[in-house]
Structures are given as structure tokens and as C-alpha cells.
Write a new protein. Structure first.
Length: 158
């Protein structure tokens, strides 16, 4: 059997996942069970849309529980770096896209915390991996699907 993939995340994300899992296993499981019980009371299950909806909801719930359990089981807690002399996990990095002359600030996070709308990028993404370990003033070549993109590191914050 192949080794399970590790899911890098901050300690905060790990705790949040555990809380969400506990909520799903206790509160949501009871709610869905109540929906099923109520739907069964309507009679003939072969033509009971409420029952079908409740069973679908139950399947989604069990799937989400299994997903969270797998994430927690294979979590790799990555500590944010306090260094500002080089890019590390948790760093906020202001870069200049050399081709378009545009400044953008990103924060490097674990793969479970990515949010492109908030410029939270994974350390495993081409840009995140390309920036790791580099310093202010350095120009980094990032191998993206569309080719090589150059970014100049302007500022690093913890």
C-alpha cells in the first residue's frame, strides 16, 4: 500500500479542522438522522422525495467526515517562520511581476489554507515553491504552465 500523502497546514488550521469534524459528528449527524426519521414517517419510501434528499444529505455528510478524518490523520503541522531575511512558511511577500511591472503581495500557507481571492498561496504551488528561501532583491524564475515567469522580491514580512 502506498504511503498516504501529507497535508501541510498551520496549527490553527489543524485545530479548526478538528472542531469542524467534531461538529459534523455530533450536531450535523443528529440533524440528518432527524431529517431521515421525519422523512420515513411520510410513508412509501419509493416515492418520497424528502427521504431521497435526506439520504443524499447523509451521504454528503459521511463523505465530508471521511475527508476531514483523512486530512487530520495525515496532517503535517508546518510552523510559520519568523524570519524576514528570506521567504518561508507564513511569510508575506511583495513581488514585482517583471513582465507586467505589477506589484502583488502573497502569503505562503499550507496546501489546506489556500485562498487565491486573499492571495494565500501554497508553498507547493509553482510560485510558492519558487519563492521559498529567497531574499529581498532577488529575481526568481517560476516555472508555470504558460512558461517561465520572473518575479523580483521587493519585501518580506512575517
Amino acid at each position: 500500500m502506498a504511503a498516504e500523502a501529507k497535508h501541510q497546514m498551520s496549527a490553527e488550521r489543524y485545530e479548526k479542522l478538528k472542531e469542524e469534524l467534531e461538529y459534523l459528528k455530533t450536531v450535523r449527524t443528529k440533524e440528518v438522522a432527524e431529517q431521515l426519521k421525519e422523512a420515513r414517517s411520510f410513508g412509501d419510501l419509493s416515492e418520497n422525495s424528502e427521504y431521497d434528499e435526506a439520504k443524499t444529505e447523509q451521504g454528503k455528510l459521511y463523505s465530508k467526515i471521511a475527508e476531514y478524518e483523512e486530512l487530520i490523520k495525515n496532517a503535517e503541522i508546518v510552523e510559520n517562520t519568523n524570519a524576514v531575511d528570506h521567504v518561508g512558511m507564513g511569510s508575506k511577500v511583495t513581488v514585482l511581476d517583471v513582465e507586467f511591472n505589477e506589484e502583488v503581495t502573497y502569503q505562503l500557507v499550507g496546501s489546506q489554507e489556500v485562498d487565491p481571492d486573499k492571495n494565500l498561496i501554497s508553498n507547493e504551488s509553482p510560485l510558492g515553491a519558487g519563492l521559498l528561501g529567497h531574499k529581498v532583491g532577488q529575481t526568481v524564475d517560476v516555472h508555470a504552465p504558460d512558461g517561465i515567469i520572473q518575479f523580483k522580491i521587493l519585501k518580506i514580512e512575517k
